[in-house]
Design a protein around this ligand. Structure first.
Ligand SMILES: Cc1ncc(COP(=O)(O)O)c(C=O)c1O
Length: 349
């Protein structure tokens, strides 16, 4: 167990991870400059490294995944455009309606199958003003999420991504990926990151989720896209000064915490297989592809959450009958066994 803050087993999210000693040391030693003036070498290196890992031209370091998505949407669209996203996507449910307030866009929601949209449904929602006597807005951006958070950490197949990419090109739409957990999708699917994003115009990757950095996301795309995104980041207040200290943590995360995501996936699988079938609990086991386990509870999820908390296990209730458990770098095999024990005891009550 690395650097676990307390005896509590915290399965609320992979965002609760804290920087380990090695990460703190590289942060303390980081060479920095004023990144608003473009002279922080550590930030520049992180941006280049993420872009090159994803086969893109350029990158932009931003404080959060939410700002990364907001900057991407603003850069790709004009006020009055429409964007397409899955009905429970993070950018629709959890980002304060930023697409509307900051970009002036409407949104067309596509129902998902465990968070994943199908190409035909996407195609059906694309609208263009031309030929509609100005009734329709212009759909100009299709946003996908991989892995899908509310879908249960599920992953897209390359085939589906290419099909949606073809639809986007044929309809003169751009494609943005909320890849907050892109590397979980890489590990779960066995595809390279560059393969999974080849059909996208921009990708946002979070360093502060399963990768274990304290802060930060990187938005990548073409050089002209990133140049324009740089201006929107500025206007949103996301230009940071000696941010090399934060970028150093991101670089450490890329060097040390990518391969180990497979451990988180293994732990999630083990949790799911052990909890499945316990009295009053149901898990759709095929959707457990990465580091999340969604548990359907016959009794109130809030009651389960409270009882688990009394036994030292923290998780989120994401609906009346849904608990979410997320594995991450502070969760080891022994803790997984402990959590299973707690579930078994509570399910017998
Ligand atoms: C899929 C997804 N996208 C974006 C974000 C936003 O990231 P942040 O909390 O850094 O703004 C999250 C946060 O959990 C997420 O799960």
């Amino acid at each position: 167990m690395e650097n676990t803050p307390s005896r509590i087993i915290d399965l609320r999210s992979d965002t609760v991870t804290q920087p380990c000693q090695g990460m703190r040391e590289v942060m303390a030693r980081a060479e920095v400059g004023d990144d608003v003036n473009g002279d922080d070498p550590t930030v520049a290196y992180l941006e280049e490294k993420m872009a090159s890992l994803l086969g893109m031209e350029a990158g932009l370091f931003v404080p959060s995944g939410t700002m990364s998505n907001a900057v991407a949407i603003r850069t790709h669209t004009q006020p009055g455009d429409e964007i397409i996203a899955e009905e429970y996507s993070h950018l629709y449910v959890y980002e304060g309606g930023g697409y509307a307030a900051l970009s002036g866009c409407s949104i067309a929601l596509v129902p998902g199958n465990h968070g994943l949209v199908n190409p035909e449904e996407v195609s059906n929602r694309i609208r263009k003003s031309d030929g509609s006597r100005s009734h329709f807005p212009n759909t100009s951006l299709i946003c996908l999420e991989n892995t899908s958070n509310r879908g249960g950490g599920t992953c897209y197949s390359l085939e589906t991504l290419y099909e949606i990419g073809d639809i986007a090109r044929e309809s003169d739409c751009r494609m943005h990926l909320d890849g907050a957990r892109l590397f979980n999708a890489v590990v779960a699917s066995g595809n390279r990151a560059s393969e999974l994003v080849a059909m996208f115009d921009s990708v946002s990757v979070c360093l502060s989720k399963g990768l274990g950095a304290p802060v930060g996301s990187v938005l990548v795309g073409t050089k002209p896209f990133i140049e324009e995104a740089h201006r929107w980041r500025k206007m949103l207040g996301g230009g940071m000064r000696q941010s090399g200290i934060l970028a150093a943590a991101g670089l450490y995360a890329l060097d040390h915490n990518l391969d180990r995501l497979k451990d988180d996936h293994h732990h999630a699988r083990k949790l799911a297989e052990s909890i499945q079938g316990l009295h009053g609990l149901h898990i759709s086991i095929n959707t457990v592809e990465s580091n999340m386990v969604y548990v359907q509870t016959e009794e109130s999820a809030d009651k389960w959450k409270q009882q688990l908390e009394e036994q030292g296990v923290l998780c989120f209730a994401l609906g009346e009958n849904t608990l979410r458990l997320v594995t991450h770098l502070h969760i080891d095999e022994e803790q997984v066994e402990e959590v299973v024990k707690v579930f078994k005891n509570l399910s017998r009550k």
